[in-house]
Design a protein around this ligand. Structure first.
Ligand SMILES: [Ca+2]
Length: 183
């Protein structure tokens, strides 16, 4: 498993580097090219199952489809929708796409069927970008929208199998803000 994760990581690094060279016409990858910033992501959620499983929010960003975020499903403090998971960017950037991979095991609990995507520039006030419904299956879901300048992107789950929410992976389409665009 560890070898597989490394392989995925190395392939991702190679892909990003290759794409970067294509987009910016080659040159050294010294991080000094204007607009060529590295945006890193973290995640937090309204609820996580950490007693009977390690279903933490960070599992949606690990590139491993076998790990997932799942809202609290065990014990006396089980929570139900609406729930949310929020992706935090390391700095303001334009976001134009949201991708969701449902849990990939044989279970369906938490598979999201009714969603809302929100954005925030300060991590406190959130505004709706789009609302919709997804088929209850195991396929990647992709939502494209007009770019929003955001620091956080939140997936609000209005309905999911069993009243829960879960996600194997979440990806965002991100465009860094150009250096010469900053004030
Ligand atoms: Ca994962």
């Amino acid at each position: 498993m560890r070898v597989r994760k490394w392989l995925i990581l190395m392939l991702t690094v190679l892909l990003v580097f290759t794409t970067g060279c294509t987009l910016f016409g080659g040159g050294s990858d010294d991080g000094k090219t204007p607009g060529k910033k590295k945006i890193t992501l973290t995640a937090y959620a309204s609820s996580e199952e950490i007693d009977l499983a390690n279903d933490v929010a960070a599992n949606v960003l690990d590139g491993d489809s076998e790990t997932m975020w799942h809202t609290k499903w065990w014990g006396t403090d089980v929570t139900k929708n609406p729930e949310s998971i929020t992706i935090v960017l390391s700095e303001l950037a334009y976001v134009h796409k949201f991708r969701y991979l449902p849990r990939q095991d044989e279970e369906m609990n938490g598979t999201i069927t009714k969603y809302e995507i929100q954005y925030s520039v300060d991590g406190e006030t959130f505004e709706t970008i789009v609302e919709g419904e997804w088929e209850k299956d195991k396929e990647w879901k992709e939502v494209k929208f007009d770019p929003v300048k955001a620091l956080e992107i939140r997936l609000v789950v209005h309905d999911g199998h069993g009243g829960h929410a879960s996600a194997a992976e979440i990806e965002l389409g991100i465009t860094p803000i150009e250096v010469n665009e900053e004030e």
